[in-house]
Design a protein around this ligand. Structure first.
Ligand code: WAQ
Ligand code: MG
Length: 256
């Protein structure tokens, strides 16, 4: 049996009651790994560098194999950037290369830079006009129900490339699910964890491009912008992002 596990944690009450977002996580696993994952998520919410959560929601739901969709892992490449200015320039250029209009890419980046604190989810922007599409204000769209179809091999693979730690593990899976939606042109992201300054631009056409510096060290503000094809059906896209169970394959395999 497979389960989706989702965690969201906030400080100052639940998110919906105005609490500050601290941490979130999502996995799909079989019963063997369930207890450990739930405990790890609890620990993560209670000992996070953004602060100690006083609201923690952990939701466990069965996922039926017949409801799972499989999408490929994005290819990964690292860009060079010595500082935030270079990082942002590289990100804007990559968004444009992936098909986002220059002005729309700039609007998306400015929206992230203008945040006074991080949202729980992502903002949807029209890839041509740069208009915000989700209407979800400070909540944003939270992507969930995703994981790697073969977590063991995935982690070995990342290790081999010198990439350890949860940030890359989770971001590459999330970006692969997002890029797997036909409505998406590209994604822009950087972390809201104060000591993690790496971000990325991802697209199905060009892959996951890591950018080493996207914000100043110590900043607790990060976020995600999903650039959407003009005219796309937003309800259908949100249903896919929020509710469709997706396992990411490394090379055609479908074993969990
Ligand atoms: N769905 C939508 N938005 C999300 C989700 C989600 N499941 N998880 C996080 N976000 C948004 C939210 O606004 C967070 O404030 C923001 O993204 C940052 O989340 O080295 O760690 O989990 O290659 O802090 C990228 C680089 C790391 C990894 C990103 O994001 C690498 C990261 P974080
Ligand atoms: Mg974070």
């Amino acid at each position: 049996m497979l389960f989706s596990v989702k965690m969201r944690a906030a400080k100052g009450g639940a998110h919906e009651n105005g609490g500050r977002h601290i941490s979130g996580a999502e996995r799909i696993l079989n019963d063997k790994g369930l207890e450990k994952t739930v405990l790890d998520m609890l620990d993560r919410a209670r000992n996070h560098q953004r602060g100690q959560a006083d609201f923690i929601s952990i939701k466990v739901e069965e996922v039926q194999k017949k409801d799972i969709v499989y999408k490929p892992l994005l290819t990964m490449e690292s860009f060079e950037a010595k500082n935030v200015v270079e990082g942002h320039a590289a990100a804007l250029q990559e968004l444009e290369n992936a098909g986002v209009a220059r002005a729309a890419a700039q609007k998306g980046m400015e929206a992230l830079l203008d945040l006074s604190d991080s949202l729980r989810g992502a903002m949807l922007f029209d890839a041509a006009s740069g208009e915000r599409l989700d209407g979800l204000g400070k909540r944003g769209v939270r992507v969930s129900k995703m994981d790697c179809a073969d977590s063991g091999n995935y982690e070995t693979d990342l290790c081999r490339r010198g990439l350890t730690g949860e940030h890359v593990r989770e971001a590459l899976i999330l970006a692969s699910k997002v890029a797997g939606a036909e409505e998406i042109v590209a994604e822009l992201c950087w972390s809201d964890d104060p000591d993690y300054v790496t971000g990325y631009v991802a697209s199905s056409s060009r892959g996951y491009k890591r950018i080493p510096v996207m914000k100043e060290m110590g900043s607790p503000v990060g976020g995600r912008v999903f650039f959407v094809k003009p005219g796309a059906e937003i309800d259908k896209l949100c249903a896919y992002l929020q509710n469709q169970a997706v396992l990411i394959t490394l090379g055609g395999e479908e074993n969990v």
